[in-house]
Design a protein around this ligand. Structure first.
Ligand code: HQG
Length: 185
């Protein structure tokens, strides 16, 4: 494994631990999703693959990864978004730009029009700050993704809340259909 692959694998495993299955690593997320980084390292050491891992590697992984998925603060680490754990991570409400975007596959459009944007298997609906990011997200599901435009200003007037993931990713609990439109290409 070269350096880049090593850090990509590390990022994926840490995301899995902090977003989806902390109990498999004997970790317990606090209400904002933090765990002591020493506990994460101890859990990773158990596997042959990460036997030589250091805190420095975790720091390097975070700084090398283009997409900011994790945050290290003092002796704690957390995932910034993406959680599917049973207890909802608490986030502080914030004011997003007037429009946010969501990239998805055409196969989900009818259901989204019918029911609005739902978190599905995650705790929050994930939205993008620009159309380019939304396109990248949507390309995980379709070669030619559909971009949805969310009118956050109108939805906030109707009680919809938004929270920050990272500098490109925003979160919400649910986006009703009334505030969603389809971007024309
Ligand atoms: C769709 C990655 C049917 C929704 C990405 C999406 C992102 C509905 C899928 C982050 C629906 C859920 C999250 C409804 C929504 N009926 N389908 N009512 N409402 N959907 O993967 O937003 O690289 O859980 O359109 O880049 O695609 O891992 O969410 O297609 O930032 O860091 O249900 O994950 O980040 O799919 O992606 P996902 P997402 P990382």
């Amino acid at each position: 494994m070269n350096n880049k692959e090593y850090y990509t694998e590390l990022s994926k495993e840490i995301s899995y631990a902090l977003r989806h299955a902390p109990w498999k690593y004997e970790l317990e997320l606090d209400e904002e999703g933090w765990v002591p980084v020493d506990q994460l390292l101890s859990a990773l050491y158990q596997s042959e693959k990460w036997i030589n891992i250091t805190l420095d590697d975790v720091q390097k992984m975070i700084s090398l990864t283009k997409k900011k998925r994790h945050e290290l603060l003092g002796n704690k680490i957390r995932a910034l978004y993406g959680h599917s754990t049973p207890v909802k991570i608490s986030k502080k409400e914030a004011v997003p730009p007037k429009f946010l975007y969501h990239g998805t596959s055409i196969e989900f459009i009818n259901l989204i029009i019918e029911k609005g944007l739902l978190p599905m298997s995650r705790q929050y609906v994930h939205l993008s700050e620009d159309t380019e990011t939304a396109s990248l997200v949507g390309r995980r599901k379709a070669i030619e993704p559909i971009i949805l435009i969310i009118n956050t200003e109108e939805s906030r007037k109707n009680g919809v809340k938004f929270y920050r993931g990272n500098e490109k990713v925003w979160l919400s609990d649910y986006i009703p259909t009334d505030f969603i439109s389809i971007k024309n290409f």
